[in-house]
Design a binder for this molecule. Structure first.
Ligand code: ZN
Length: 463
């Protein structure tokens, strides 16, 4: 054993919650053992302004002192801070599954382009309070972060700076992993975002038998997904929108949700459950992510022949001009576009154009973080502020919860049921406060485990 490893073995192990504590975004968990520092997930804060401002605050430790990052998956609330971390001095590697690396290439480049675009737009129209408005990170920052990615195989343990990690399937989106970290004989398991047993597209999350400490997400910690078949609910919404001659707008995460929606639409069309109306995927990013289903066939349930048939029924729009041309079309048609919570992206142009017409439908699919336009619609808002103007919402606002890529309370407890013995402490994170606390209580009641809901910035000594 080298001196460095011996030091690490004798040292304390601390876990710091620098994000996804008290909120669903900004996943950043820092493990510290002596001078070794490894970050699990490096996410952006999204939603409420007070949360987004944290993206502009300095990282709690100097990024150059972090030796590596391990990602659970590519969603921006888990990976989107990487460009800032690298720009601010991080010199290490970023370990992630091959599909996560591919998806990060799509998501981080898109996020950078979007921020540059919005900063330009705000500066041109003068509606930002910051003068000049600056993107959080640039395309160059994103490229520098992507250069650090280290595609890492499933299941095979790897060691970095005295920590040994292992990635297992989490079933949430392509490449999504649970991350096990072991240091000095102590294991900490990070659930990342957990998928669902009965998902149409993804395989179920792999059961883990034990960990000394567990950090589990709670996005749906206080809810149970409806029993109804999401495909049937979707069919019903499509049929009534088409009957009105309307446009069905589906804001969707480019990665995960968009593919699930396309797959369900394909199956419904094939069965004759919905009329054959044009379906547009108006998101080059979602199109690229959908192509990754083809590149990583072992990671999902869609057979290659079905994938090909599915893509034949979808029109992909590329340029902004093509996207704008869509808005000159009348219904009936279905438009799937990002971003999933309507915080940005092409969906905003479509909502601006179609929300005022009662024949149309805006379909909210799954969880919407507080402070987002999607959340406002969930709360019953009848107008949305878009590009500095208020747009009336006369369109139907429909909800589809069954298509979530997250396990619900029951499914989280089922997954926890796979543990052969209780972790010493289970930390409930990645949920709004009510959801996290509800899950904490259920775990205490059903399993009798020791559970805590950590606070933002809290540091817990594990050994
Ligand atoms: Zn996710």
């Amino acid at each position: 054993m080298t001196a460095g490893l011996a030091d690490a073995a004798m040292s304390t192990l601390d876990l710091a919650f620098h994000g996804a504590a008290g909120t669903v975004t900004g996943s950043r968990y820092l493990l510290t053992a002596g001078t070794s520092r490894v970050l699990v997930d490096c996410g952006l804060f999204q939603g409420l302004k007070q949360l987004r401002l944290r993206n502009r605050a300095p990282f709690p430790v100097p990024p150059r002192d972090v030796s590596a990052v391990v990602l659970t998956h590519a969603h921006l609330d888990h990976s989107g801070y990487l460009p800032v971390l690298v720009r601010d001095g991080f010199k290490g590697r970023v370990f992630a599954t091959p599909a996560t690396c591919d998806l990060c290439g799509i998501l981080l480049r898109d996020a950078a382009a979007l921020q540059e675009h919005e900063a330009n737009r705000a500066n041109r129209h003068g509606y930002s309070r910051h003068h000049p408005s600056l993107p959080l990170f640039t395309t160059a920052d994103a490229e520098a972060a992507l250069d650090r990615l280290m595609p890492t195989p499933w299941e095979r343990p790897f060691t970095v700076d005295g920590f040994t990690f292992r990635l297992r399937p989490a079933g949430h989106i392509l490449g999504a992993a649970t991350v096990e970290a072991e240091q000095g004989g102590t294991t900490v398991l990070f659930s990342g975002d957990l998928g669902r047993g009965g998902d149409a597209v993804m395989h179920p999350p792999r059961v883990v038998a034990q960990a000394d400490y567990l950090v589990i997400e709670s996005t749906y910690g206080d809810r149970v997904h409806p029993d109804s078949d999401p495909a049937e609910d979707l069919a019903e919404i499509v049929r009534r929108t088409v009957a009105r001659g309307g446009v069905l707008l589906i804001p969707a995460f480019a990665v995960g949700r968009a593919q699930a929606i396309l797959y369900h639409l394909h199956r419904l069309r094939t069965r004759g459950s919905i009329p054959r109306v044009p379906v547009y995927l108006d998101s080059p990013m979602a199109s690229a992510a959908t192509a990754l289903l083809h590149a990583h066939p072992a990671e999902h349930r869609i057979p290659p022949s079905v994938y090909s048939a599915m893509m034949e029924g979808v029109a992909l729009t590329g340029s902004v001009e093509e996207s704008k041309a869509l808005d000159r079309r009348n219904g009936p048609m279905i438009v799937v576009a990002g971003s999933g919570m309507m915080t940005g992206g092409r969906i905003l142009f479509h909502v601006e154009r179609h929300a005022p017409d009662h024949r149309n439908t805006i379909l909210i699919v799954g969880h919407q973080a507080e402070g987002t336009r999607g959340d406002a619609l969930r709360q019953g808002a009848r107008q949305l502020k878009i590009f500095g103007k208020y747009v009336p919402v006369r369109a139907e606002v429909a909800f589809l919860d069954g298509l979530s890529a997250h396990a619900d309370q029951r499914e989280l407890l089922d997954w926890l049921g796979g543990f052969e013995r209780a972790p010493r402490t289970t930390f409930v994170t990645h949920g709004e406060p009510r959801a996290a606390d509800a899950l904490r209580m259920r775990i205490e009641e059903e399993l009798g485990w020791t559970v805590r809901v950590p606070e933002h910035g809290e540091v817990v000594r594990l050994t």
